[in-house]
Design a protein around this ligand. Structure first.
Ligand code: ADP
Length: 610
């Protein structure tokens, strides 16, 4: 009697527990995941085990004397439930350890078939039920077979965990570990007290209950995803704030110099002093321009708007030009600058020369900036694959400068990454240079590497593949270096079109030395009117103007078939590649603002000389 009471209390309690767990589980909205679907089946099986176990327990309780045939059937139903239970748990373990959808689908079918065959076997195999000490004990082939299936399921689960041993701490394995512990306890208890078989059901249900807490809950998933998105948004926001504060600092520094020196100029009556101030203003303005261009480049790169524009170029001429650009930076320092070309460097290559120039100039400028004495070796090597007409250029810039600490080497290619000691020091820079360089090199399908020893120097290497156009080395054209010589064009008439009065003033001032007859127009319409009334020799046309922009004005002018005046586009967007755009729409040439006097001189001479 004690036995049946204990059985009822424990098993009813287990039934209540599993029903409550099922209600909670099914009442929550869930995504359709294999895990949840499997667990849903597992819960139903547990309820079935609980109910069939209870019925069986009641049927075999002493005094009832139920027909042994009915008891045997009830026992078989219970065994089938147990069998499905172990099949589901084994499938679940396999699913977790495999973590593969396709394989899981295949597994599912195999499990269905094996389970069906096993159910059929249990139905066929005989079972004996006998009463021992007021408790029913079942035995026979059906029971042995169920033990066997449990054993196989058990071993399969262990194998799965061993295979997936790296994740043995996965909390989803807790029910399996629990099964092992409970299984051993129940087995020991049953061996010592064979009549305490009513412990099996509560143990199984306890495992199912624990499993509920280890199942990946989609709600938790959502929370995780939300937290991740929140973190990312916060990170992006922080990056934006950092970017703005950096930008503000970088832009303010040269602006501060410009405003300060301009005020000094206003107060000064000494011409020499004024000239020095104006040189400082020019330097600060150039730095400001560099920053703006850097930001434009970065934003273009980030918006994937940078295109590769291949052109033929003479690498010797291009790299020598870069050498000339950096030399002024080191002229006051005891630095020897060496440039070495590989003798088999092709005469003409094809590639995006503007980007090649930009990236190489950047590492050359850095070498010049961060080296105080010693040498800078600019090496241009190559491997030519003549069968495919490809030249693998590797350009290295080795300096004996301050070097970069090992832990900083990885970060220098990041945006605004300046090494601490550079901040607030006299070495100007934005920390954008190497970020742009790396992005552009990547874009060209190349590679950039850096080796550095702190205190001894650095070597930057750029590897780029360029198309070989010709191996023959062309003669280098005469360079347009040195002081500008202004020709006298007092017989020429020019028109400058710009909607900004300041820009007109700047352009007029720059063109004064040529003694032109200069007219200005503040809009496209005004320009057309002036052109209709006067014969000009050259027109400079701003692109961005309200109403009629530069391109539209040019189209209108060209509508007149007799119109043959060269028109030069003045662009301020400084976006590389757009220059080509202006040539394509019909401008004779282009100049970016701020206007470089040497380039302006070149354009003027090209169209007016002779
Ligand atoms: P910056 O405008 O500051 O020069 P870069 O992105 O070009 O920005 O360089 C990032 C940082 O990497 C620099 O601030 C400097 O600390 C370091 N660096 C770059 N080139 C060299 C070099 N040749 N020698 C030593 N340090 C360098």
């Amino acid at each position: 009697m004690e036995n049946i009471q204990g059985f009822l209390i424990l098993n009813v309690y287990a039934l209540l527990l599993i029903v409550a767990t099922s209600i909670i589980f099914f009442s929550k909205k869930r995504q359709k995941q294999v895990e949840d679907q499997t667990y849903a089946k597992f819960l139903i099986t547990n309820i079935a085990i609980s109910i069939s176990g209870l019925i069986l327990g009641v049927l075999v309780s002493p005094g009832l004397n139920i027909n042994p045939g009915i008891v045997a059937i009830a026992n078989k139903v219970y065994l089938i439930c147990l069998l499905i239970w172990i099949a589901i748990l084994t499938f679940y373990t396999m699913y977790i350890s495999l973590n593969n959808k396709e394989k899981t689908e295949k597994l599912k079918m195999t499990f269905y078939i094996i389970t069906l065959i096993s159910i059929a076997l249990i139905m066929c195999l005989p079972i004996n039920v006998e009463m021992v000490d007021n408790a029913a004990l079942a035995s026979g082939p059906a029971i042995i077979f169920t033990y066997l299936v449990f054993g196989i399921g058990f071993i399969t689960q262990l194998i799965c965990i061993i295979i997936d041993h790296k994740n043995f701490k996965n909390k989803k394995y807790i029910p399996i570990y629990l099964l092992i512990v409970c299984g051993v306890i129940v087995l020991i208890v049953q061996m010592l007290y064979p009549t305490l078989n009513y412990l099996v059901n509560p143990a199984l249900i306890f495992i199912a209950f624990i499993m509920y807490h280890t199942i990946e809950n989609p709600d938790l998933n959502h929370i995780k995803e939300l937290n991740l998105a929140k973190d990312q948004a916060e990170k992006a926001n922080r990056a934006k704030t950092d970017f703005l504060s950096n930008m503000s600092h970088e832009i303010r520094t040269p602006l501060n110099a410009i405003v300060g020196f301009s005020e000094c100029m206003l107060d000064s009556n000494d011409l020499k002093e004024t000239k020095e101030y104006s040189q400082d203003i020019v330097d600060a303005s150039k730095q400001l321009l560099e920053i703006v261009n850097g930001i434009l480049d970065i934003s273009k790169i980030e918006a994937n708007k940078v295109e590769i524009i291949p052109k033929n170029y003479n690498p010797r001429e291009v790299f020598d030009g870069l050498r000339k650009l950096v030399l002024p930076r080191i002229k006051e320092k005891p630095i020897e600058f060496k440039m070495v070309f590989s003798p088999d460097l092709p005469g003409i290559l094809r590639g995006d020369v503007a980007k090649v120039k930009q990236v190489v100039l950047n590492i050359l400028t850095n070498a010049a900036k961060y080296t105080d004495k010693g040498e800078i070796i600019f090496n241009i090597n190559c491997i030519n694959r003549l069968d495919t007409n490809i030249c693998l250029m590797y350009i290295s810039v080795k300096d004996t400068g301050r070097g970069i600490k090992k832990d900083k080497l990885e970060t220098i290619f990041g945006k605004f990454e300046r090494i601490d000691e550079d901040k607030n020091t006299t070495t100007e820079g934005t920390g954008l240079g190497l970020a742009i360089t790396k992005s552009l090199v990547d874009l060209m399908g190349g590679r950039i590497t850096v080796f550095s020893k702190y205190g001894e120097g650095s070597t930057f290497r750029i590897y780029l593949e360029q198309e070989i156009v010709s191996m023959e080395i062309p003669k280098i054209e005469e360079s347009d270096e040195g002081e500008i010589t202004y020709h006298d064009y007092s017989d020429k008439k020019i028109l400058i079109v710009d909607d900004s009065k300041i820009n007109l003033k700047v352009a007029e001032t720059l063109m004064k030395p040529y003694n032109f007859e200069i007219d200005t127009a503040l809009s496209g319409e005004e320009a057309i009117e002036k052109v209709n009334n006067k014969q000009y020799d050259l027109i400079f046309m701003d692109i961005m103007m309200p109403k009629l922009n530069g391109v539209e004005t040019l189209y209108k002018l060209r509508e007149n078939e007799d119109f043959s005046v060269p028109v030069i586009a003045l662009t301020a967007d400084a976006l590389e590649g757009t220059d080509e755009k202006y040539l394509n729409v019909g401008f004779n040439s282009y100049l970016s603002k701020p206007i470089d006097r040497k380039l302006l001189n070149k354009v003027i001479n090209k169209y007016l000389k002779g």
